[in-house]
Design a binder for this molecule. Structure first.
Ligand code: AMP
Ligand code: GLY
Length: 426
């Protein structure tokens, strides 16, 4: 069958790479795609991923039988609803279900109503009321813009000053645009984070291998939050006991809650969790595959991704087996100088072919191509992904790959998987 992947990041490059391995896959189209996936998919320019009618028209013209929507923006914009209305199977939640990511206040209220463990919180639309609450609660405390902010609308404030400043920034200066007209102020949770993504058809839940992202821009988890600077899987913090607890206390009640609310959730549900002393608690839900988690999770998936996605769409997940490889995978993100603040574009990237020759993979995030050369074209430029029997070997192999790639002012974290390596050393 012909497949259409919507999106242009390293997550979508990974999806294309994995879908292309399926015997069921004929031609793959990507809109808009990126130069990294151009060998595996035909990239279609000139169609906006938020123009549902144009996406459907493209899918019809290309005889697409499966559409896979990667990013949160088209999901919350109803892309899956539009494909469905045209009789085209689409992987991902419908608009009403994608709200679990689209609005932090919706997802926090859902968790409160259904007793799903998460941090205590309040929602505010007035800066003064938010500040009064912050003064009463004290620091550390966490401030979140309500809407979508590309992973950057969250401020973990260690001091009262920082927290009050964050309210001014989000609500006064509108640093995240309309996403910040409402803020969620929540209790700070201490612990180690883990991402548990699952496939679901709205009833059955099949979790993926646990993974861990690195959100802060600098080594030792310093500096501002980013879209993610690297990841690895499986994350040893996700022990079988913990995962059983997550399934029972978080994933199952959430999927049931969404059904009870008339928002049947199908697709990939991403639970970002904090493993606290009181057990796992939800930091956030995402309505999609994580980025960069996908880059390390899908290389460990042994099953046919097309089959699994169709089973989610058709409600056949209970009869489907999803197999995982025993190895580990690590992704190091290389970013443009200045990211997550303003950064340069258009710098030539060299060394990409040398990495492939070593058996590692390079998934493109923000690149452009011109006359056979590849240039930087985004904050997160690319991810180098290596697979090995264990995490340590995968880390070493990935950094050997990173050392071969260069572009002006490239920066990356040197300590990806440090939580796992520390744990394994114990
Ligand atoms: P979010 O976009 O909600 O995932 O938040 C981004 C990052 O901020 C998370 O991955 C955590 O590292 C951190 N964070 C968010 N909420 C909390 C919280 N309540 N306590 C501690 N850290 C948090
Ligand atoms: N890795 C975090 C996210 O995908 O939102």
């Amino acid at each position: 069958m012909n497949i259409l992947v919507v999106g242009s990041g390293a997550r979508e490059h990974t999806l294309v790479w994995k879908l292309a391995q399926s015997e069921k896959a004929d031609k793959i189209y990507a809109v808009p795609g990126n130069p990294g996936m151009a060998e595996l998919a035909e990239c279609v320019e000139g169609v906006s991923i938020t123009d549902n009618a144009a996406l459907v028209k493209l899918a019809q013209e290309k005889n697409v039988e499966l559409a896979v929507v990667g990013p949160e923006v088209p999901l919350t914009n109803g892309a899956v609803d539009a494909f469905n209305a045209a009789g085209i199977k689409a992987f991902g939640p419908v608009q009403a279900a994608a709200e679990i990511e689209g609005s932090k206040s919706f997802s926090k209220n859902l968790m409160k109503k259904y007793n799903i463990p998460t941090a205590k919180y309040e929602v505010f639309t007035e800066a003064e009321a938010a500040k009064a609450y912050i003064r009463a609660e004290g620091a550390p405390i966490v401030i979140k813009a309500d809407g979508l902010a590309a992973g950057k609308g969250v401020i973990v404030a260690m001091t009262l000053e920082e927290a009050l400043g964050a309210i001014d920034e989000i609500m006064g200066d509108k640093a995240f645009g309309s996403a910040g007209s409402r803020v969620v102020v929540e209790e700070f949770m201490a612990g180690e984070e883990v991402s548990v993504l699952c496939f679901t058809d709205g009833k059955t839940i099949l979790p993926m291998v646990p993974s861990q992202d690195h959100k802060r821009v600098f080594d030792n988890d310093q500096g501002p939050n980013t879209g993610g600077m690297g990841a690895y899987a499986p994350a040893p913090v996700g022990t079988p006991e913990l995962l059983a607890q997550v399934q029972k206390e978080i994933l199952e009640p959430t999927i049931k809650a969404m059904e009870a609310e008339g928002r049947l959730y199908k697709g990939c549900l991403y639970a970002g969790l904090m493993v606290t002393e009181q057990g796992p608690k939800v930091v956030e839900f995402n309505a999609r595959f994580g980025d960069p988690e996908t880059q390390v999770v899908l290389p460990l998936l042994e099953s046919d991704l097309v089959e699994v996605m169709l089973a989610c769409i058709d409600g056949r997940l209970a009869e489907t087996e999803v197999k995982w490889s025993k190895g580990a995978a690590v992704c190091i993100v290389m970013a443009a100088g200045g990211y997550p603040k303003s950064y340069n574009k258009g710098d030539e990237i060299s060394g990409l072919a040398d990495v492939a020759a070593d058996g590692s993979m390079v998934f493109h995030a923000g690149t452009s191509a011109k006359e056979g050369k590849i240039y930087t074209n985004g904050g997160r430029v690319l991810g180098v992904v290596s697979k090995a029997d264990g995490i340590k070997e995968a880390v070493d192999k990935a950094y050997a790959g990173v050392a071969k790639i260069s572009f002006k002012d490239a920066h990356f974290r040197h300590d990806i998987a440090h939580w796992a390596l520390e744990r394994l050393a114990k």
